[in-house]
Write a protein that binds this ligand. Sequence first.
Ligand code: NDP
Length: 282
Amino acid sequence: MAQIIDGKALAKQVREEIKAETEEMEAKHGIVPGLAVILVGNDPGSEVYVRNKKNDCEKVGFYSEVIHLPEETSADTILEHIRKLNATEAIDGILVQMPLPGHLDAPSILNTIRPHKDVDGLHPVNMGRLLSGQPCMAPCTPKGVMRMLDSIGCEIEGKRAVVVGRSVLVGKPIAMMLLARNATVTMCHSRTRNLPEICAEADILVAATGRAEMIDENYVKEGAVVIDVGISRMGKKLTGDVAYERVADKAGWITPVPGGVGPMTRAMLLVNTMQAAKLRVG
Ligand code: NDP
């Protein structure tokens, strides 16, 4: 039976570390990290995410503000807010909650955030730095996945890693980070042939497709570490890409959904905001 990688408990530990660092920063430099979140429209899911992010900031002693704009807000108005936040010293991190309403072009909005305040790690400068192995603001979900692997002492170097899903937000950066740690990485997607066979070769299997429970025991090597990034709603229940019960019998380690990668993604936003604040204090 697989051991569980408890994302909720690990995220709590990360928050405690960040809280201690915040107190030290305040005592030494008289500042605390600041995060601004821009939310456009009234998508109920996005409202919950933004509220959670604000609560997380409060728990660790960060300054935070939410700029909630109406659905019909123009791109120019949003850009104006971003430029102002770019120039505001007390704000270390700027996050635009996705998805944006249909009339807005997300890339042009995200690209206006100064790269060192881009705590979501989505600016092309940060993506490019990640690709070329330079210090960067890495996206939160991939960073959380790596932290989970490290938390169990998972040796990455030389291991076969398979990432299912190739999105810019999740799959690609996870693959890059595993590669940077000397794993032998295979990226899979919807056009991949023989997916179960490829996955079953993995020592580390990361599922990030959004296809509920598609990864069953046939995709998993005995003893593998299985990281489930996916989140799907099945009726009232949240489920991942992994058929948890069936895979848990075979894997060595597994992340649950909920309580796995999700809480770590939130915790990594705090880590990135702290990283940005450290630049401010030099
Ligand atoms: P996208 O829809 O952008 O990407 C999904 C990827 O999965 C694509 O590359 C797609 O392939 C691939 N895919 C889809 N179906 C299959 C299939 N049958 N076989 C193999 N590959 C397939 O999603 P995201 O990357 O943004 O998110 C993935 C999941 O992770 C979602 O459930 C999302 O909710 C969740 N998520 C969870 C987070 C967390 O904190 N836990 C954070 C972010 C996302 P192709 O490119 O060929 O279309």
